[in-house]
Design a protein around this ligand. Structure first.
Ligand code: ATP
Ligand code: MG
Length: 396
């Protein structure tokens, strides 16, 4: 039986990144190392086009599954590293193909090392001929083979494999900068957070809590959600902003139908101030066009008017069905649907404005001193670090 000894990690989209490529590969290698920490026998080898994970007898299934969650990986192949000798290639290819089920096969050769004396076609013919002679039950089918046997000849060795799976795609976490992500505890915002991370952007989270209207349970829920997201980012900072006084002031001073618009403008003011304090260049959220009254285009315009900081909404055009699908895939769905009272649901007006006007909203806000309340809230933020290691509370 052939002992697969490496996992070949392919970069995909990274290849378009020219001179940044080295930095990308370094970041990806570090992220892979962190993701595979629980398997001490694995080794990592950075090469120009691939990263190789040496298995050293570690069972590969779980390692492959874990790698599929690391962003910036296009595909993963389970490979056998073989000498750069055509006789060794054909013997090992034959041994390897015997472990596969199927009646037809195709040999595909890629010669990355152009100094290798045989060209791809010659290697293909030699290896396929050897398999045909030794496995009379197998036939060649170049269009739709049951078994695709790939050989890649590289500088350091050749690689033989039949199993390739897709990775998460995107970019390695960290190469895309940082965002202040608005995390509510619903279905959408954890999915939006994942999509940001998959694009290489690391996240800090901001949550607006309104005790006693919202319970401590919300915070536990956020912690659980972030523990799931720790798969993609091992350490996440959560800022919990006290929002009760701001919310009460809104309801004391504004007509009910405008409360949600005003509340969300306050949220964005707070998020904006925190992005500046934390040196995050952007804000992100789980908003999706038209999903609720505060997410119509007109509402978003009025709400967004309080900040110049770019706001990225990865789910802007995503349907709820699709969002739910992603949340199930990444494992946040079951936590998100746990019942809880969000600050938005507590005070939900019967008929919220779907077409708020900026001048009306601005006039309403002049009626009370919200700025000192915002300052107060910013001075009383509680910070939690949610990490794979342990959950440490940390003061700002
Ligand atoms: P979600 O499913 O993420 O709760 P939603 O569809 O319920 O989203 P809203 O409650 O209108 O929509 O919120 C839209 C977005 O605003 C959320 O995805 C989140 O990014 C942000 N948000 C809402 N409430 C809070 C909160 N209490 N703390 C932080 N961010 C919030
Ligand atoms: Mg919500």
């Amino acid at each position: 039986m052939i002992n697969y000894d490496h996992i070949m990690v392919r970069f995909g989209e990274l290849n378009t990144k020219g001179k940044n490529k080295k930095e990308f590969i370094k970041t990806l290698a570090n992220n892979i190392k962190a993701a595979l920490k629980e398997w001490p026998n694995l080794t990592l080898e950075n090469r120009y086009d691939h990263i190789y994970v040496g298995l050293n007898d570690t069972p590969y299934q779980e390692v492959m599954e874990r790698l599929q969650e690391v962003s910036g990986i296009h595909a993963l192949s389970l490979v056998y590293r073989c000498e750069k000798d055509v006789n060794a290639m054909k013997e090992n290819a034959q041994a390897l193909i015997r472990e596969e089920e199927g009646k037809t096969f195709k040999v595909k050769v890629k010669r990355g090392d152009k100094t290798f004396p045989l060209i791809s076609d010659e290697i293909t013919r030699i290896v396929a001929g050897h398999i045909l002679r030794n496995s009379p039950d197998l036939k060649v089918d170049v269009h739709n083979p049951d078994i695709l046997l790939s050989i890649e000849v590289r500088q350091e060795a050749s690689y033989i494999f039949t199993k390739t799976v897709l990775g998460a795609g995107g970019y390695p976490l960290g190469v895309g900068g940082r965002t202040m992500h608005m995390l509510s505890g619903g279905i959408d915002s954890p999915v939006a957070a994942y999509l940001m991370m998959r694009r290489g952007v690391s996240i800090e989270c901001i949550h607006f809590a309104s005790p006693p209207y919202t319970q401590m349970g919300v915070i536990y829920k956020l912690e659980d959600l972030l523990k799931v997201l720790n798969k993609y980012q091992p350490r996440i900072r959560l800022h919990i902003v006290p929002f009760t006084k701001i919310q009460e002031a809104i309801y004391d001073n504004a007509p009910e139908s405008y409360c949600i618009t005003l509340m969300r403008r306050m949220m964005f003011r707070l998020a904006d101030a925190l992005t500046k304090r934390r040196n995050c260049p952007i804000i992100s959220s789980g908003e999706s066009i038209g999903q609720v009254a505060s997410q119509t285009i007109q509402s978003m315009h009025v709400i967004n008017a309080v900040t110049n900081t770019p706001v990225i909404r990865p789910l802007a055009t995503t349907d709820k069905v699709e969002i739910i699908k992603i949340s199930k895939k990444i494992g946040t769905f079951d936590i998100s649907i746990r019942p809880y009272e969000d600050c938005c649901t507590i005070f939900t007006p019967k008929a919220p404005k779907t077409m708020p006007h900026l001048d009306e909203v601005e006039a309403l806000e002049k009626k009370w001193d919200y700025e000192s309340l915002i300052k107060d809230a910013l001075n009383n933020i509680e910070v939690k670090i949610i990490s794979l290691e342990e959950n440490k509370d940390e003061l700002l």
